[in-house]
Design a protein. Structure first.
Length: 394
């Protein structure tokens, strides 16, 4: 009887420890939760029973207020502009006080901006800088701040990138460059952080309409409405009609910001550049939003499921491509990318052994060369070409 009780107790303890190993502390910090992917993700993780710290650009934003109202007590909304170092420090201090010895299980770098969609030649430098400050520099700074907490739990760093960071797309020169930099940064630290068991993951979603930006009109409806308005109000400008009837996704900014950026571009262009492109072409850039909308999916399920797997899986993938458009562009490259990433990861983990091996080999070859030169032994002579082509150092 005592033996049976002991066996049962042992099984219970084993199952409990196994549960802890498979389902580590689920404390997750997500940036950019005012709207879009971040907003949906924060609600999704909260409903899944995780402790969520949701960073928002503006605590008074309707999306932030809605999170506070609808979420459970496990979700905490934090003021966080990722380009503001003091706000990053404050968020870090608060989360550190809440995590204790367990550390932070996952950081999701979601905050980002798209900027103005136009040709790279006419995009103002200040818009390039804004994309880089938010999409790259801000993500790097917040990553550096929270990595000690992630290392503490042997957790994971997840960054939301874009297809534009992998495949150059017309009109996305600034945005794509910032996302490409983010991908490269994450690829490097994936190898560097592997020694501590920290996983680094990149999500490159396709075109989605989140709950905050589902357009009430289809592209065909918009075209018909624009035609009717132009016929009834002669001389009305195209961009005025478009900005009136289209709900712009939050990643693009407000309609006022969009129109302001457009006027900045028009007023700042040199005459020869304006003559090459034409004002009509520049103002027609907003049509790209309609085209993007027509191929966007309103089902964000694949994106949320990819994030869930990346956060909870004991063996997450280094890359995820949720969405049909992402699979079409990047799906065929995923196998090669993951194999390459895994190869470099193995090399990084074995770097100390390889360094010692090549150091020993270099020393041995140097000794043999010196001996050959001293003894003039034909069998030990090494010509300079052979020595230069051999990897003597690591």
């Amino acid at each position: 009887f005592i033996i049976i009780i002991f066996i049962k107790f042992f099984c219970i303890v084993t199952l409990f420890l196994l549960h802890l190993s498979l389902f580590p502390p689920e404390l997750v910090f997500v940036s950019g939760c005012d709207s879009g992917f971040g907003h949906d993700l924060a609600k999704f993780l909260d409903s899944a029973g995780m402790r969520v710290f949701a960073g928002v650009l503006d605590e008074l934003h309707p999306g932030a207020l809605k999170l506070k109202k609808d979420a459970s007590p496990n979700l905490t909304v934090l003021q966080l502009d990722i380009t503001n170092s003091s706000q990053i420090t404050q968020a870090h201090q608060y989360i550190q006080s809440q995590t204790g010895k367990t550390g932070l299980w996952a950081l999701v770098n979601n905050a980002g901006v798209l900027g103005y969609v136009c040709d790279g030649e006419i995009l103002p430098i200040k818009m390039y800088k804004k994309c880089l400050d938010v999409n790259f520099i801000g993500s790097v700074e917040i990553t550096q701040a929270f990595l000690p907490l992630i290392r503490q739990s042997k957790g994971r760093l997840i960054s939301i990138s874009s297809m534009a960071g992998e495949v150059p797309l017309p009109g996305f020169a600034g945005y794509g460059a910032s996302k490409a930099a983010l991908i490269s940064f994450n690829g490097a630290i994936r190898q560097e952080l592997s020694r501590w068991g920290v996983k680094v993951i990149i999500i490159q979603p396709g075109a989605f309409k989140t709950s905050e930006n589902k357009d009430p009109f289809t592209p065909r409806t918009i075209t018909i409405m624009m035609t009717i308005i132009k016929n009834r109000i002669p001389g009305v400008k195209y961009d005025f009609i478009l900005s009136t009837i289209i709900h712009f996704p939050d990643i693009l900014g407000s309609r006022e910001q969009w129109n302001s950026a457009q006027e900045d571009i028009l007023s700042g262009l040199a005459q020869e550049v304006m003559a090459s492109y034409g004002e009509e072409y520049i103002r027609s850039m907003q049509q790209r939003l309609v085209n993007m909308s027509s191929v966007s999916s309103s089902d964000t399920g694949p994106f949320l499921e990819a994030l869930k797997h990346a956060i909870l899986s004991p063996r997450p993938k280094p890359f995820y491509y949720p969405g049909a458009s992402a699979n079409a562009f990047l799906g065929r490259l995923s196998t090669a990318s993951q194999l390459t990433s895994s190869l470099f990861l193995v090399i990084a983990e074995r770097s100390r052994f390889l360094a010692n091996f090549f150091l020993m080999l270099s020393t041995k070859l140097s000794y043999l060369k010196e001996k050959a030169n001293n003894n003039q032994c034909p069998s030990l002579l090494y010509n300079d070409i052979t020595l230069r082509s051999f990897p003597l150092t690591f």
